[in-house]
Design a protein around this ligand. Structure first.
Ligand code: SAM
Length: 336
């Protein structure tokens, strides 16, 4: 049985890994993840519960350029859903308010792209799949994305990155993400997956009997409603958003959902207080299977689910990437 090896950088709780694993299983290919890197201890707790005994490097920045050759194992596919905060709208405005740099200039997270680039240069895996927020496409008028592609293209065939929306791939959540893929060998034009447009509604992802603790209190519900009136008078945004179980999709559920869930409160009927999604429901809206385990607090579980990739989308991207690697080698030529 042919084997495909991978490394899972900025792994979170392993959304990209689950996606690739599903594809390899379906294609009867053996799957081996040789390393994961995740700096957050709570995320690692969940990752280890689902993927025990995977070799780990906590902080990818701890690997110096000259150490990559022996600290990072050889692999076929590099997966990296790298941190989006330096490029996301919310992250940029938060950094501006704090007088901090954003984008590549954010020395904490913005330059992590260069760590990925160094690993690609040194290890030359056959392919890579990177994921980030769609704002990366327009951030600084697309200059940063162009720069990334230019650097990657020195060594890889990099087709035009594509923004894909989870709600077009059978998940009842609006979540647009940009995908950047690359191949060491050019083997004809790569096509990103077409949407499946599988029809779903929010209700398909909800618990039958959600615990009552997720219903918001009278105090919070009243304050939400008052804030909405104040915002309306001041001509400001919504304050909170009510979603109906029959709606096609929720808004993007972010890692901040744990705060008060105001971006997505579920309607429960006339005169009833709405409720928050449960952590399991958020994982479901990201395409995680029921068998996925987590034993962290609700706060951490919301953060982990909100930070994750939409699995249905990544799975389709992985399928096209693996098929591209496996297709006839007739046209294959080295890019660099
Ligand atoms: C967008 S999330 C990743 C989602 C994930 N790839 C998935 O498949 O669902 C980015 C992750 O990068 C982690 N991270 C940030 N800086 C890191 C670093 N220096 N080394 C390793 N992980 C890091 C964060 O803790 C966070 O979990």
């Amino acid at each position: 049985m042919k084997k495909i090896t991978s490394i899972d950088l900025f792994a979170g709780v392993g959304g990209m890994r689950i996606s690739l694993q599903r594809v390899l299983n379906r294609l009867h290919l053996k799957d081996e993840c040789k390393l994961y890197s995740e700096i957050n201890s709570y995320s690692r707790q969940t990752y280890d519960l689902n993927f025990p005994q995977t070799p780990l490097i906590e902080d990818i920045k701890s690997v110096k350029k000259n150490e990559i050759s022996y600290k990072i194992p050889d692999h076929d596919i590099l997966l990296a859903g790298f941190p989006c905060q330096p490029f996301s709208r919310a992250g940029i405005s938060k950094r501006k308010n704090l007088n901090r740099s954003h984008g590549f200039d954010d020395k904490d997270q913005g330059d992590l792209f260069f760590n990925i680039l160094d690993i690609l240069k040194a290890k030359k895996p056959k392919a890579f799949i990177l994921e980030n927020v769609q704002n990366l496409k327009t951030y600084q008028n697309g200059k940063i994305l162009d720069e990334m592609i230019k650097k990657l293209s020195k060594y890889y065939y990099v087709p035009k990155p594509q923004v894909l929306d989870a709600q077009d791939f059978g998940l009842a959540q609006r979540r647009k993400r940009i995908f950047i893929v690359g191949f060491l060998n050019f083997n004809g034009k790569f096509n990103f997956p077409e949407p499946t447009f599988k029809k779903t509604i929010i209700k398909d992802f909800l618990d039958f009997y959600p615990p009552r603790k997720y219903i918001i209190s009278d105090l919070l519900w009243n304050s939400h409603q008052k804030r909405r009136i104040r915002n309306k008078i001041a001509g400001k945004g919504f304050g909170f958003r009510l979603s109906y179980p029959t709606d096609k999709a929720t808004v993007t559920i972010s890692a901040r959902y744990y705060k008060d869930g105001s971006e997505c409160l579920l309607y429960r009927g006339v005169g009833k207080n709405p409720r928050r999604l449960t952590p399991r429901e958020v994982f479901r809206l990201q395409g995680f299977p029921e068998s996925f385990k987590f034993k962290v607090s609700d706060l951490q579980a919301y953060k982990q689910a909100g930070n994750a990739v939409p699995i249905n989308v990544v799975e389709k991207v992985c399928l096209n990437v693996v098929n591209y690697l496996n297709q006839s080698k007739k046209y294959q030529k080295k890019v660099a």
